[in-house]
Ligand binder design. Structure first.
Ligand SMILES: Nc1ncnc2c1ncn2[C@@H]1O[C@H](COP(=O)(O)OP(=O)(O)OP(=O)(O)O)[C@@H](O)[C@H]1O
Ligand SMILES: O=P(O)(O)OC[C@H]1O[C@H](OP(=O)(O)OP(=O)(O)O)[C@H](O)[C@@H]1O
Ligand SMILES: O=C(O)c1cccnc1
Length: 484
């Protein structure tokens, strides 16, 4: 069994719909699906898009093996063998556009568009949402943590608590993409080129007759990487004094103690005391690292208390997004090709929030040329020429009487072509490039959208044409509904 092969990593209803389309003879019809989410996690003002690299790997590998087909043949649905035969030739042959990883994204805007035979487009939904919902969530959490500690070292320590192995790996990547400095997971380091870092555990200290001996032995083994965990027995009376004695000895030998790690107790109080003890001993260069159920709120609080912590090891609450553990990204049909033309389609729901925005659209970030800041995101129909308009009306899609005009603007097309006719046309950027791009994205936004507590709502607006199309379809279906 090849555990990396993910074609059947999908919900059964996708295969059943593919089958029903095939039986109906509609499986080759072109459809356009869009991915978007409705609510921002953690009360944040933005999310950070992540997951595209894995989606590209997944699509490139997408094919049904003999084993997959044999398994489908056993299912109680009793799929026609000719359908299973057709699956043997299955490949992604459609178009896919997506925003780049590291982009700041907002509710109700298209993040990925899949334009393909319904037979193909339907299959992709589950896996794509699975990848991007998780990775975007963790990247967003990481961005919040980076925001409260802009100049400190941030280490991702979550592997042991992640929801299984994939989450540990791709979560480490998502954290790095949004500003973490390193991960403790060496496989993530090897796979993605993320810097890796590690200290040592209490078990090492417990393994020796004394804490001092444990520290010395560790320093001998790894002379260039000495960060000592100082809270195994008594932080202030034993751990820090032992670390200081070793640090001074190393200094005399021309070597260096890099840091100490605090992993329990009152981290503000202990770090302030530790800094003073280290400084009094002339060990100004020794850094203080903290770990222990940290997140952006605890870190912010510790800073407000004057904690002297240079480096933060963040595990459980980051990798599991503990305070808001799922992002609700969805995949909705927005247009259907009939006789060679795309016709907009809508899903109307009792819950107005769940009404989709129909049509074959583009997503623009409207940048004010005078100050270089993002004014709003603007969703227009594919055929609308937004870039060359001299004046744009931005109106609130709910309270439409609220509007403003922008003139000196640049409209940045956020959806990049990733696949054209099944061929990958996008070269995946390096992680270093994604990190730089993410930083540049942050600098496009006013502080009021970025602050972590009660941020202002960034406008995501519809063009008049998109809005009219949506209203026409709502009215059409309401009328149909009410006809006797
Ligand atoms: N000064 C502080 N202000 C606010 N929160 C703190 C402060 N010091 C520590 N914390 C946080 O309080 C919690 C302390 O947890 P708890 O008392 O369960 O464990 P601990 O002291 O870390 O020991 P253990 O590692 O054995 O669980 C952690 O989330 C830690 O990050
Ligand atoms: O607290 P996190 O943010 O998840 O960071 C990672 C934690 O993992 C280690 O703890 P360990 O597994 O030894 O458990 P413990 O410290 O909770 O006893 C380390 O000492 C941190 O406390
Ligand atoms: O290197 C460390 O100190 C570390 C790594 C993972 C989890 N806890 C601590």
């Amino acid at each position: 069994m090849n555990y990396a092969h993910l074609t059947l990593h999908t919900d059964k209803y996708q295969i059943n719909m593919m089958y029903a389309h095939w039986i109906n003879g509609t499986h080759n019809k072109k459809r356009l699906f869009e991915v978007f989410f409705r609510n921002l996690p953690f009360g944040n003002g933005f999310a950070v898009f992540a997951g595209l690299e894995r989606i590209v790997h997944y699509i490139n590998e997408l094919h049904f093996t003999d084993e997959d087909i044999a398994y489908l043949a056993e299912q109680e649905e009793g799929y026609d063998p000719r359908f299973l035969e057709e699956l043997k030739a299955f490949r992604f042959t459609g178009n896919l556009r997506a925003v780049k990883e590291g982009t700041l994204i907002f509710p109700n805007e298209p993040l990925i568009q899949v334009e393909a035979r319904v037979f193909e487009a339907q299959l992709l939904e589950t896996a794509m949402l699975n990848f991007l919902n998780y990775q975007t969530l963790i990247a967003t959490k990481a961005a919040r943590i980076r925001q409260v500690a802009p100049h400190d070292e941030l280490l991702e320590f979550g592997s042991r608590r992640a929801q299984e192995a994939d989450a540990a790996i791709w979560g480490a990547r998502a954290a790095y993409l949004a500003g973490f400095d390193a991960t403790s997971n060496i496989r993530a380091g090897m796979m993605f080129g993320i810097p890796t870092k590690g200290t040592n555990a209490h078990a090492w200290v417990q393994d020796f007759a004394s804490e001092a001996e444990a520290f010395e032995r560790f320093a001998k083994a790894l002379p260039n990487h000495i960060v000592l965990v100082v809270d195994t027995y008594d932080t202030l009376n034993s751990g820090i004094p032992n670390a200081i004695r070793l640090g001074q000895k190393l200094q005399q030998e021309g070597k260096m103690l890099k840091g100490i790690r605090l992993d329990s107790g009152d981290l503000a109080y202990l770090s302030i005391r530790a800094r003073k003890m280290l400084d009094d001993a002339g060990l100004h260069h020794v850094k203080i690292m903290a770990s222990s159920d940290l997140d952006e709120n605890v870190i912010l609080n510790l800073k407000a208390q004057g904690a002297r912590i240079d480096s933060w090891g963040v595990g459980t609450r980051l990798i599991t997004a503990k305070d808001d553990p799922s992002l609700g990204g969805v995949y909705k049909l927005v247009a259907k090709e009939e006789n060679g033309v795309y016709e907009p389609t809508i899903k109307i729901s009792g819950n107005p929030e769940k009404i989709t925005t129909p049509g074959r659209k583009k997503l623009y970030r409207i940048i004010n040329k005078q100050n270089g800041k993002a004014e709003a995101d603007y969703i227009a129909m594919h055929e609308e020429d937004v870039k060359n308009q001299s004046k744009l009306k931005l109106f609130d899609p709910v309270h439409t009487y609220l509007y403003k005009f922008v003139t000196q603007f640049e409209a940045v097309d956020l959806l990049e072509p990733i696949y054209e006719n099944g061929k990958q046309v996008y070269q995946l950027p390096t992680l270093a490039e994604i990190r730089e791009y993410h930083k540049a994205q942050l600098s496009l936004f006013w502080e009021e959208y970025l602050r972590k507590l009660n941020p202002a709502k960034y406008p995501v607006d519809l063009s008049q044409l998109v809005w009219d199309t949506k209203m026409d379809l709502i009215h059409k279906y309401q009328k149909l509904d009410r006809e006797p």
